[in-house]
Design a protein around this ligand. Structure first.
Ligand SMILES: C[S@@+](CC[C@H](N)C(=O)[O-])C[C@H]1O[C@@H](n2cnc3c(N)ncnc32)[C@H](O)[C@@H]1O
Length: 255
């Protein structure tokens, strides 16, 4: 089982959908507004002449209202800046909305007409594929945005010791498992940066928002507790033989 082929947020707009359960993510987007504004000002100062069409990619956009909220935040930042700089005519926008192929792009595009009514100068294209690879032609993007997506690794790390009973780094994980996660993140993030360095125009920029932790402890509850709770629930199900331990080990290994 390849993570990139199966990973997706819950689609649709129902009670258990990502769309209906992403208020924390919306709040995170609002919190990063000052950083976004600073980045857009930096972009304006480093790109000359200011293009009539800005090309922008949102990587790991998912299928909820957060995708369009991110779009409006970027537009808001650009239009504020244009007003300040005395540009009467704001640019047009080409937005590339990217996620993995399993993402519910249908739900996303069903919400498009409403967005286009409000933002007539915007054009949208869906891009299915992993951001741990090339997604766009060389020097084709002015701005890359990604919120709360880069914590997803490209694969479950290869481990030399078993991470028994866990599905992520946990307080009971051996050091070799912690190191394997660290190496996987380093590899993945290097690939991500190399790809974006090719795709951005000179002077282009990115705003990337991650889940992080303040503690030195890699299994700190700041970032791992939710996965420990999920592992506890799965282990309990294993003790009742749904699923079997073999299936749980396959889940942990991503096979
Ligand atoms: C927690 S959601 C965040 C979605 C949205 N950006 C937000 O702020 O609500 C993370 C998204 O990243 C996507 N994702 C994870 N790994 C990815 C990859 N390698 N390439 C593209 N998208 C990926 C997931 O499918 C998911 O939709």
């Amino acid at each position: 089982m390849e993570v990139m082929k199966v990973l997706h947020m819950n689609g649709g707009v129902g009670e258990t959908s990502y769309a209906d359960n992403s208020s924390v993510q919306l709040e995170m987007l609002s919190m990063t507004r000052p950083i976004l504004e600073e980045a857009i000002t930096g972009l304006y100062l480093s790109i000359s002449p200011w293009p009539s069409t800005l090309t922008i990619a949102d990587l790991g956009c998912s299928s909820g209202p957060t995708a369009f909220f991110a779009v409006s935040e970027v537009i808001g930042a650009v239009e504020n800046l244009c007003r300040k700089m005395g540009h009467n005519e704001p640019p047009e926008y080409q937005f590339y909305l990217n996620d993995l192929p399993g993402n519910d792009f249908n739900a996303l595009f069903r919400a498009l007409p409403k967005m286009q009514e409000e933002e007539a100068r915007c054009f949208f294209t869906g891009v299915a594929g992993s951001f741990y690879g090339r997604l766009f032609p060389c020097k084709s993007l002015h701005f890359v945005h990604s919120s709360l997506a880069l914590q997803w690794l490209s694969q479950v790390p290869r481990m030399i010791e078993c991470n028994k009973g866990n599905i992520y780094m946990a307080s009971s994980s051996p050091k070799s498992v912690m190191d394997a996660y660290y190496r996987q993140f380093q590899n993945d993030f290097s690939v991500f940066l190399k790809c974006r360095a090719m795709e951005l125009v000179p002077g282009g920029c990115m705003v990337l928002t991650f889940v992080g932790r303040r503690s030195e402890d890699r299994s700190s509850s700041e970032c791992c507790s939710i996965w420990e709770l999920l592992a506890m629930a799965l282990n309990e199900m294993v003790s009742e033989s749904v699923p079997s331990e073999t299936v749980l080990i396959r889940i942990m290994k991503g096979t």
